[in-house]
Ligand binder design. Structure first.
Ligand SMILES: Cc1cc2nc3c(=O)[nH]c(=O)nc-3n(C[C@H](O)[C@H](O)[C@H](O)COP(=O)(O)OP(=O)(O)OC[C@H]3O[C@@H](n4cnc5c(N)ncnc54)[C@H](O)[C@@H]3O)c2cc1C
Length: 543
């Protein structure tokens, strides 16, 4: 052991000191520029992950997400072990924990990847303060987004681009994003084992005090970790390649599949098991190989640009996920109705497609994009007229891929709170027809709303219309075994349309606060995955 250590030290004689890498939403060892930079300077590396005690106490982080994170940490651990390393996992307050570790391990540098979410910024400030007290240098770099978001703002005269179209123009002027960096080279670094901390990682979320909310959560659907994400990426690229060869640019939109095994990489992206630059360049290289004429915004690469657009939009806006103080969000006089809100959260609205989706989210921690659209529209401007802020909180709690800029941005979009001319087609997202057009078999509902498993197809989206003998035959009496609809959709849609019209009219007489908006009606249709005939409605209602 001593010999091994001294060989390393002499070969790397210009390096000095130890660093901690603070893993957050970057749970991988590929494309980690801040670690690579520290490895140029240091001899010793301590990888650290901290579960925030407050998130656990306040139940802001749920079973599925913690299990996914633990998978990812075990994966990193497995890669460090052959070189003698391990990940140190803590639960507590990062500032207090770092304060102890800096002294204990004689640390010179702290590294992390940049994450612009306001909550991180606040935490980073206090961590920066203790770094200063301990004379520790911070090395941070950008890999969670395709571009350095500061560069996007600078290129747009200091402002976040307000439409996706403008965003695309700005990033085109910046040039392509950097390619991902290679795997962290662990050959020439020491990773001492500090046995004063438990050797084993927490086995499951229970060890951290995070418990299942329902038995279905024991059913693992999503597997975390870089190894799994890279395999998953290969499979996804094969599907994209076959589709491109047949002239299809968005295979998952061409055939939305609510029931099949999902090809989604959103959880891997939001927790950083997959580098977004790796995803982007794998797709870009594939497109070059298969069809260099492709129009990027209409492809899967375009989806990654949407992600980036929302990230850019939340820059320097600490109120991005709120309504009143948020400069890009319109003040809509939403109502409060705790009973309706709870029915929505618990999947008991009496609208089977909405209930199936809400139950799937709680049970599995994931939802297809069309199901997200449906439940978001139902809660806000479609039916219940409840603020998108409530929905945002629930999504952030349950989704494994919960991603603050993307989640709040999508909620503002769908509810028309920042993108007010988006949903002027009130019949488009009905809790009945929208789901049926994507999943006509009703099996999605049967899977997550077992009360309705024997309901005939004809009534599966509107079981209250089934005559009593049909309900009896299906073993599900509406109002007893499954709720009556908590609201009349048609009535609510009409009322809400009138409310939106009044808000719109008020914009004619007063200054509209500066806010983001869709670039054009076609963009709206594609974003909402609406049928092609909706475009006329959207054009008609354009502001
Ligand atoms: C109300 C609402 C809330 C949402 N909250 C989140 C969230 O917290 N985290 C999240 O990752 N996605 C969120 N989305 C966007 C989208 O639904 C998911 O990214 C998508 O379902 C993931 O499926 P996929 O990986 O198969 O997507 P793909 O079509 O394979 O897209 C690839 C990647 O592009 C990004 N992307 C795709 N669609 C969007 C979009 N509309 N906006 C921004 N980025 C996108 C995601 O990172 C996604 O993984 C939300 C959508 C709505 C309507």
């Amino acid at each position: 052991m001593v010999e091994h250590l001294s060989t390393k030290m002499s070969a790397e004689s210009t390096k000095m000191g130890s660093f901690i890498h603070w893993f957050r939403n970057d749970l991988r060892l590929y494309d980690m520029p801040s670690i690579n930079a520290a490895l140029e300077k240091c001899t010793t590396f301590y990888p650290v992950y901290i579960f925030d005690e407050n998130d656990i106490k306040e139940k802001q982080i749920t079973y599925n997400k913690v299990r996914f994170i633990l998978d990812a940490l075990k994966d990193i651990n497995g890669k460090l072990q052959p070189n003698g390393g391990r990940v140190y996992v803590f639960k507590g307050n990062p500032t207090d924990i770092f304060s102890d570790l800096f002294k204990k391990w004689n640390i010179s540098y702290l590294t992390y990847e940049v994450d612009v979410q306001p909550a991180w910024k606040v935490l980073e400030k206090s961590v920066q303060q203790i770094c200063q007290q301990h004379s520790i240098e911070i090395i941070k770099d950008v890999s969670h987004t395709l571009w350095n978001l500061e560069d996007i703002l600078k290129a747009n005269r200091g402002q976040p681009p307000v439409t996706y179209e403008v965003f695309c123009q700005v990033v085109e002027a910046l040039g392509p994003p950097s390619r991902p960096e290679s795997y962290v080279n662990l050959e020439k670094v020491l990773m001492p084992k500090d046995d004063s901390f438990p050797i084993d990682l927490p086995n499951n979320p229970d060890d951290l005090g995070v418990f299942m909310e329902c038995i279905q959560q024991s059913n693992r659907i999503w597997i975390g970790g870089e190894t799994h994400a890279l395999k998953h990426l290969d499979a996804r690229l094969k599907v994209e390649e076959e589709a491109l060869e047949s002239g299809i640019f968005m295979p998952n939109q061409a055939k939305p599949d609510l029931l099949g095994p999902s090809m989604s990489l959103s959880a891997a992206l939001s927790l950083g098991c997959l580098s977004v630059r790796k995803f982007y360049w794998s797709l870009q290289d594939l497109h070059e190989r298969v069809n260099s004429d492709i129009c990027v915004p209409d492809s899967l690469i375009g989806q990654l640009l949407w992600r980036e657009y929302f990230y850019a939009m939340c820059m320097n806006n600490p109120f991005y996920a709120t309504m009143v103080e948020n400069p890009i969000c319109l003040n809509i006089p939403w109502t409060t109705n705790e009973q309706h809100l709870q029915s929505w959260i618990n999947g008991k609205t009496g609208y089977p497609f909405i209930d199936a989706a809400m139950r799937q989210m709680v049970q599995e921690g994931w939802l297809h994009h069309v199901a997200r659209n449906a439940v978001a529209c139902f809660l806000t401007r479609g039916d219940l007229w409840i603020s998108w802020e409530e929905g945002f909180k629930v999504f952030m709690k349950y989704l494994i891929d919960a991603d603050y800029p993307v989640c709040a941005g999508n909620w503002m979009w769908v509810s028309s709170s920042a993108f007010e001319n988006i949903l002027q087609c009130p019949t488009c997202i009905s809790p009945i027809s929208y789901g049926r057009c994507f999943e006509p078999t009703g099996d999605y509902i049967r899977k997550y709303v077992p009360e309705l498993k024997n309901m005939p197809n004809e009534y599966i989206y509107e079981p209250w219309l089934a005559p009593l003998p049909e309900q009896e035959k299906a073993g599900c009496i509406i109002g007893k075994d499954y709720p009556q609809p908590i609201i009349d959709h048609q009535e609510a849609a009409n009322t809400n349309k009138k409310r939106m019209d009044i808000i719109k009219e008020s914009f004619y007489t007063k200054m509209v606060p500066p806010h983001c908006s869709p670039s054009n009606p076609l963009e709206t249709r594609v974003f909402m995955w609406l049928p092609e005939n909706c475009i006329e409605n959207l054009m008609h209602h354009r502001n």
